[in-house]
Design a protein around this ligand. Sequence first.
Ligand code: GAP
Length: 516
Amino acid sequence: MAQEDVFKKLVAHCKEYGYVFPSSEIYDGLSAVYDYGQYGVELKNNIKKYWWDSMVLLNENIVGLDSAIFMHPTIWKASGHVDAFNDPLIDNKDSKKRYRADVLIEEHIAKIEEKINKEVDKARERFGAAFDEAKFRETNPRVTANQTRIDEINRRFSEALNATNLVEIKQIIIDNEIVCPISGTRNWTDVRQFNLMFSTEMGSTSEGASKIYLRPETAQGIFVNFLNVQKTGRMKLPFGIAQIGKAFRNEIVARQFIFRMREFEQMEMQFFVQPGTELDWFKKWKETRMNWHQALGFGSENYRFHDHVKLAHYANAATDIEFKFPFGFKEVEGIHSRTDYDLKQHQEYSGKKMQYFDPEKGESYIPFVIETSIGVDRMFLQVISAAYFEDIIKKEDGSTDTRIVLRLPAFLAPVKLAVMPLVKKDGLPEIAEKIVQNLKFDFNCQYDDKDSIGRRYRRQDAIGTPYCITIDHQTIDDNTVTIRYRDSMEQERVSIDKLTAIIKEKVSLQTLLKQL
Ligand code: GAP
């Protein structure tokens, strides 16, 4: 099945099974804003717990914070967001559609890369084991010509971005004959800068309301509280502050479901270190964060680093962790070595010292910062796209059936177990209810007695419930039930009094945290 179709099915599945709904749907929705349903909110909370515990529980020198969304407007001046948190936008005059000019260029480059990869795949098939990919890429005339095109576009693009040269960005689009995907024409407006921050007013107009912003990242809340936490927590460098919270961006091109939203949630950690040690810590956090992702078991081949060649003016190293979504490798998390830029800026704009007194060195200085920043919603999309499977099952009569299953890691699954009486009589429902009453203090359980047992299993597979417990007539005789495993569909007979211990071990987040 084409990856585009898989993605469409995934989006439909999220809605049908109570994971994600379009916001304000009865009013035809609100673009790039989504609500999480009864299962979505559980999965989201479990993802957040995995992140939070891996930061705050596992590291004695990392503490949490919950700063307000509204902040003093000068913070965004100091951070550079008022002047520079812009995207270059361009409109197509025929379709009236608006695009991010940089995205149009990046997508054009991706198309040329795709051509190269197709050429390489064909050659690999032709030459088999003897194929030398590096040599082929260096010598094949079609590949080298396309690579030269990419290098040239990248060179011009990078220079234009560095110089904020909007005329040149438009010229790159024209020179490369990039067309609007809707109208197919090259009838473009000029490129303009568009600030991504949402603003509102605080206080009533009669009192003189002031313009404030909805935060576009949670990080600044950490920077401005850096000394509060350091002093009250008696923290010594290196130490980190972790925060989970909402962020808002007026994205020009908001699409791909919850990948790029206007209201989203971030999990950010700023790690404060001695100047000069930042690149070692950057390396360490790169490894730590990649391990965190790969520990979920979705296959290491689905992750890669994308080291930034062009660095933001405040960074001296930056990388993205990318995941292979159904629409290609895309960023899930950013890791940035932000130098002392943010703290220095806040010191200058607030007039307050943002320095740390180092008792070992006997001197004060502004620490350097390594940031790890991941979107909860993007991580949610990563998890759910990796977990979504359509299994073809062979039935006894030779026909086939499709089973849709979310192979979520057990500790992330919204419902850990479903408890089902085989029939709605003979005292089986009562036994099932009793089991739920006992287990509900430890796990998110669901009681289900509607429809055939097969249909009930399928419903649980579709929401990713890892274990189904079935109560049958044998239960009355010997107090045993069957556990049915979602992924293998195998069943095992176990004693009721062992259920808590068995399931606890399987759904434990601790097991995973111990691997990190
Ligand atoms: N403090 C650094 C920062 O905000 P970023 O690369 O702009 O860096 C970090 O964002 C992460 O936040 C991204 O890797 C992504 O996971 C998430 N993110 C950013 N914009 C988003 C959006 N519009 N919708 C959903 N997630 C977003």
